[in-house]
Design a protein around this ligand. Structure first.
Ligand code: SF4
Length: 604
């Protein structure tokens, strides 16, 4: 099969056994790869309502047909699992170099299950697979773990690892790679920790064949030319460039979702990063965009900090959301999250939530062990991150994520706890972006920005595929746009391509190019219509998985704050999400998906 390595690797951590199976042709043609493979495997093989930490809970890493090819944006790997944070579908993507090497070693996917009695790590060296003792790695941070594994084996090994947060089952622990890339969201790191699996290292020596090599070379060249034309800002500034758009539209989440504009914007925006921190760009495997930024703090209390980032999502979560305008402290907080293995979005949200509790007197200095947890206290943020990762004091409560922490803290804090289905939102306030309101509510992993990227058409005012005008404050047409974006991204996540080369409104890869690329690589002729059928199959199966876990219309909603409290500052001042109009959007969305009024798909 062109584009595929041809095998799946299964690892039973309870018995210490591995098994290599051929990739089924039907699975590849019906589900493509990545998210599609994950959906089919989790739905068919995972016991309904299983505890995410049960040894039989699955952790799947899956590639798609483009991974391993020398193509911009083809470096991503998809992880799927049942999330310990949301207890529904968990999914995350990570760039870097692991996915190409997994394919070069001969595997399209890895399915991990069971629980080792003692800490272990896995090495995959083409067909040689070993489960090794990781006692010496347990307790180490992810940078140290990666260094030790490379030193003990070979620099060419690509490593996925967890930090202490994953070992300590922090519900939003991430999986790290290449000192700066993460499977950030939904707690995959805690699932690895529950299996006593510290790391996976892979080195491959094979190659991946495409069906039409000459056409592939042309596609690659065209893509790189368009990247130079259309993604200049991403190469120059990286994702922090988004902050100018959110701040000016009054949708930059500030002081725990109460304001939409941050007075410290100029201290933490893309220009400030470029001026104060960024030393050079960094690229994933074969990518011409090179959107990663290597930053270094040279002066002041955080001197010596070195980190890839901060990305926009980190700048908002550990910056404006916490009322923190100290850029160097955000870089430090980012480094701590990466080393200890915390998702920066959830970490920032849970700390900002605790800050609001503290300012309202719900938490006191007795609860915080003397820490003044006011908005803007960057030293407190740094301290709390460590307490969360090691589950110390209040950190043990915050390590549960906002939904569970609010239940444990009580005293009315549940009323302002901001999450959807247990997942804390990224940096786009839905009160000023009505399409994002619907997208957060229906997204398969909770309040997510990348299953649809609905923030882009709403922020740019342009339809993602037709360039028609879109009003970010209107509820009209948002259901249709969210549905098409979710379908588009189901294919992107199954191929598994980077979203930054498939950006709604600018591409360069949109529907036509996506279909062309799939055909060139696999040799199977396809078009938008066929891809939409596959996307519908994948999205329905993921929804069916969530329905089986208890999700229904009651869960496709937003936190009370977004319905009841107007934004206090910025260009979206006074905006709320209107309940009636929201329910109408939801009905429209269900109708477009051919789901019942209760949001249930009718599986074929
Ligand atoms: S655009 Fe950025 S994140 Fe995406 S593959 Fe390229 S370097 Fe990696």
């Amino acid at each position: 099969m062109y584009g595929y390595a041809g095998h799946m690797l299964k690892v039973d951590l309870s018995r210490g056994k591995t098994k290599i199976e051929p990739l089924e042709k039907e699975l590849a043609s019906l589900y493509i790869g990545g998210k599609g493979f994950g959906a089919k495997i989790l739905y068919d093989q995972m016991r309904p309502r299983i505890d995410p930490y049960d040894p039989e809970s699955l952790l799947v890493f899956a590639t798609g047909p483009v991974n391993g090819l020398p193509l911009s944006g083809a470096a991503k790997l998809c992880a799927v699992f049942k999330s310990p944070l949301t207890e529904i579908w968990g999914e995350s993507q990570c760039g870097g170099f692991f996915a190409p090497h997994l394919k070069f070693a001969g595997y399209d996917a890895m399915i991990l299950y069971g629980r080792s009695e003692k800490p272990v790590y896995i090495t995959i060296d083409d067909k040689e697979i070993e489960i090794r003792d990781a006692t010496h790695l347990w307790g180490k941070d992810s940078y140290e773990t990666e260094d030790i594994i490379k030193r003990d084996h070979d620099e060419k090994f690509q490593v996925l690892s967890i930090g202490p947060a994953g070992e300590n089952l922090v519900r939003f622990a991430c999986i790290n790679h290449n000192k700066g890339r993460q499977f950030g969201r939904a707690g995959g790191g805690a699932v690895m920790g529950s299996k006593n699996l510290k790391a996976i290292a892979v080195r491959g020596s094979g190659t991946i064949e495409v069906a039409r090599p000459d056409e592939f070379d042309n596609f690659k060249k065209e893509l790189n030319d368009r990247i130079k034309e259309r993604l200049k800002s991403l190469t120059e500034y990286g994702t922090p460039a988004i902050m100018a758009a959110t701040n000016s539209t009054g949708t930059l989440p500030t002081r725990y979702w109460t304001e939409g504009e941050f007075e410290g914007f100029e201290e933490i925006n893309a220009e400030a990063m470029k001026r104060k921190l960024v030393k050079r760009n960094k690229a994933c495997y074969a990518c011409a965009v090179a959107c990663g930024k290597i930053s270094k703090v040279e002066r002041g209390p955080y001197a010596g900090t070195e980190v890839e980032g901060p990305e926009y999502e980190t700048l908002f979560a550990l910056g404006s959301l916490c009322g923190n305008a100290n850029l160097e402290s955000i870089a430090k907080a980012n480094e701590i999250c990466d080393r200890l293995g915390l998702d920066t979005i959830s970490a920032g949200n849970v700390i900002a939530f605790a800050m609001e509790c503290y300012e309202q007197g719900i938490l006191t200095q007795k609860d915080t062990e003397g820490i003044e947890l006011n908005f803007g206290n960057h030293e407190a943020i740094i301290t709390m991150l460590k307490k969360i990762a090691y589950r110390e004091g209040l950190g043990a409560i915050l390590a549960e994520g906002v939904r569970k922490a609010a239940k444990l803290i009580g005293k009315g804090s549940e009323k302002f706890a901001v999450h959807v289905k247990g997942l804390e939102p990224p940096g786009y306030d839905p009160r000023g972006l009505k399409g994002v309101a619907l997208a957060y509510a229906v997204s398969c992993r909770g309040a997510c920005h990348v299953r649809h990227m609905a923030y882009r058409p709403n922020l740019t005012g342009s339809h993602p595929f037709t360039q028609e005008k879109i009003d970010r404050l209107s509820y009209e047409r948002q259901a249709e746009i969210v549905k098409e974006l979710e379908d588009f991204h189901a294919i992107v996540d199954s191929m598994v391509l980077c979203k930054f080369v498939c950006l709604p409104t600018v591409g360069p890869i949109l529907w036509d190019e996506l279909a062309r690329l799939y055909s060139i690589v696999t040799g199977i002729e396809t078009g938008k219509k066929e891809l939409l059928t596959i996307a519908g199959r994948i999205n329905n199966l993921v929804r069916a998985f969530n329905i089986r876990e208890g999700v229904g219309r009651k869960d496709d909603t937003l936190p009370q704050r977004f319905f009841n409290e107007g934004l206090k500052r910025g260009a979206s001042k006074g905006e709320v999400v209107d309940r009636e109009k929201f329910e109408k959007m939801l009905d429209e969305y269900y109708t477009l998906r051919s789901w019942t009024k209760e949001g249930k798909p009718v599986l074929q």
